[in-house]
Design a protein around this ligand. Structure first.
Ligand SMILES: C[S@@+](CC[C@H](N)C(=O)[O-])C[C@H]1O[C@@H](n2cnc3c(N)ncnc32)[C@H](O)[C@@H]1O
Length: 461
């Protein structure tokens, strides 16, 4: 019987034919699709079933029987165990080929749009040392030993001690090491994500890649850290580029590395970054693209798509610290940025002043509320830029966009699935996909960024 053939723990020889969402290998096991953790296209592997779903199997590689010719030696000693990089053992040109194919496939399958053909992808150069932000977690490993690092693959509860990581600059691992050594000797417990006990939650490190300045943020549960100056001295000794150290408190159960700003222990609570010649002064709560160099390329593509002139009025939804808005403002007549987080709005407003840009204003509001108000007031824009979080656009935001009827929409997305869904919905409101480019912001991970140009189809089209 088919049910018993695919029991948990059963092993099959599998040929990996493709890569799927999240970078898992895809195989056909006697007529059943299997997602194979650790398998790469071209591998023949011994596959073990971990879960049987209604239409597919999920499992892992027990042994690589014949390796794919596209395999390369991973650089990091944590690779395979760490949840951070999934694709470090795949040749980089294959990684980006897979990412571009994913965007294309999702536009057709999820967006229900015509096949856009091969999607261009802009590679990241260099492929290591590109991240300007990392969130490290305090926790325990499977044996219950406290540590500071990242989660093992597929495990959001456990944490392993990170000793190296090639995605950010080398100072990050030094800050982790100095922090671990400092807190090892003290009695603070790491926070437990299920029992919601303990105190130390996250260590967030952010770096201005074009300034060298580093911000360190210790995120804890409610409580006090005794003698923080001793820890600050230890991490500053490990990384003299640190310009500020802050303490934020996350008293919520949600396992996220953000909180309320509690103390500024060193510096003024901000660091600076320069992106496309614009200076930004950023605090711990302001979103900023995590790969500065590729963000410059991503935004340059977005600007090329907008083809702005001084006659254009632009609305930038989900504007963060204003990185896209301010570039648009250099080219357009006026720009309004809309952002939910007050600190980001402050940073964006300050950046406009610092950079001498006078035709750009920022509004602190929820995008949907803002769109309702804009439409009700009869405001119109020639172009709307959107760069939402991974969840994409709220369907009501799409409805309001259609009512506002800008000529062009430029959509920057970090999630091809929700991008495809939204492109499909926008197509129902007469916005046709004109151009799309993928930009690899995160080599060795399965994450994909893309920018799309949509144009409103008029009565004569
Ligand atoms: C992917 S980031 C883009 C930021 C900016 N465009 C950039 O590239 O630097 C998404 C931003 O949307 C903001 N955000 C999330 N939900 C929002 C909402 N409902 N309304 C307005 N902004 C929101 C987040 O705080 C974050 O700054």
């Amino acid at each position: 019987m088919a049910g018993s053939k695919y029991r948990r723990g059963t092993r099959f020889t599998a040929e990996i034919a493709d890569l799927a969402f999240k970078g898992r290998g895809v195989a056909n096991i006697e007529g059943m699709i299997a997602f194979v953790d650790g398998g790469l296209p071209g591998d023949t592997v011994l596959f073990e079933i971990l879960r049987r779903k209604r239409r597919h199997l999920e499992g892992r590689v027990v042994e690589i029987l014949t390796p794919s010719s596209d395999r390369v030696e991973p650089r990091c000693s944590h690779f395979g165990f760490c949840g951070g990089c999934r694709l470090q053992d795949l040749a980089y040109e294959k990684q980006i080929g897979f990412k571009a194919a994913q965007v294309r496939e999702q536009i057709v399958r999820i967006g229900n749009l015509d096949d856009p053909g091969e999607i261009p992808i802009i590679p990241c150069e260099p492929t290591f040392g590109y991240r300007n932000k990392m969130e490290f977690t305090f926790g325990t490993d499977r044996e219950g030993t406290s540590g500071l690092g990242l989660h093992p693959r597929g495990e959001f509860r456990d944490v392993f001690d990170l000793t190296e990581c090639y995605l950010p600059s080398p100072s990050f691992a030094k800050i982790v090491e100095a922090t671990r050594r400092h807190f090892d000797g003290l009695t603070y417990e790491p926070y437990h994500p299920i029992e919601h006990t303990g105190f130390l939650r996250f260590l967030v490190v952010r770096e201005g890649r074009n300034t060298g300045e580093i911000l360190v943020n210790l995120v804890t549960a409610e409580g006090i850290v005794d003698n923080p100056e001793q820890w600050v001295a230890a991490i500053r000794k490990a990384a003299p580029e640190i310009v500020t150290v802050v303490h934020t408190i996350n008293s919520l159960r949600a396992n996220v590395a953000v909180g309320e700003l509690q103390d500024v222990w060193y510096g003024d609570g901000t660091f600076t970054e320069i992106l496309a010649g614009l200076k930004f002064t950023l605090g711990p709560l302001s979103f900023f693209q995590t790969n500065t160099r590729q963000a410059e390329i991503l935004f340059a593509t977005a600007m090329e798509y907008t083809a702005l002139t001084k006659d254009d009025r632009v609305l930038d939804l989900y504007s963060g610290a204003g990185a896209i808005s301010l570039q648009a403002a250099r080219r357009a007549g006026s720009v309004t940025g809309v952002e939910l987080v007050p600190e980001a709005v402050r940073a964006a407003t300050e950046a406009a002043t610092q950079n001498g840009i006078e035709n750009c204003e920022f509004v602190c509001a929820d995008s949907l509320e803002s769109m309702k108000a804009e439409v009700a007031a009869g405001h119109t824009y020639d172009i709307v830029l959107v760069d939402p979080p991974r969840a994409g656009l709220h369907p009501k935001v799409i409805k309001r966009l259609a009512e506002m009827a800008p000529d062009r929409i430029v959509y920057v997305s970090c999630n091809p699935g929700t991008l495809a869904r939204d492109l499909g919905l926008l197509a129902e409101h007469s916005y046709a996909l004109e151009k799309i480019t993928a930009v690899d912001m995160f080599p060795h991970t399965a994450h994909i960024e893309a920018v799309a140009l949509l144009r409103r189809q008029g009565k004569n089209d």
